[in-house]
Design a protein around this ligand. Sequence first.
Ligand SMILES: [Ca+2]
Ligand SMILES: [Ca+2]
Length: 176
Amino acid sequence: VKQAVDEDCNGKITAQELQTSLMNNNCTPFNSETCRLMVGMFDVDRNGTIDIYEFSSLWKYIQEWRACFDSFDTDRSGTIDVHELNNAFKTFGYNLSQNFCQLCIRVFDRKGHSSIKFDDFIQCCVMLKVLSAKFMQKDVQKTGVIRVYYEEVSEDGYESRLRTHVFCGDSHDYNS
Ligand SMILES: [Ca+2]
Ligand SMILES: [Ca+2]
């Protein structure tokens, strides 16, 4: 697999190479933000690319997300709609409102189909996990309501032009 991904065969995979080789169910390539996010997560030695060791954990991670995505795509549409997302969040241990799930679909649905693809699903879940951890830190008075600016959670090396206000209720640790 790695050879196919590592286009210039230099033993290192960039976010861009990752993007051209990863596919959603409908054969569209992964969005670049999800690829940068994943390279940022698995680039253990922080050299900006993915080597063979880093790649094996990244690949395992994608396979796990694939199985997870398929198990929540109950109508086999190849995308996750708001009800399927709600089920997924519940299974992950998050107690979030239907409105919040709708907001997630709106933010991550790039095509306006009211559903999200595999790459967006990964990005959405990773973002929720990061936000949830930040939420716990910020919610010192345990009121259940905080305001988070995207820049505050983007210190892991992946940049974004997004500035999002996120209000969420009772959220729990990510258990899986
Ligand atoms: Ca690396
Ligand atoms: Ca579906």
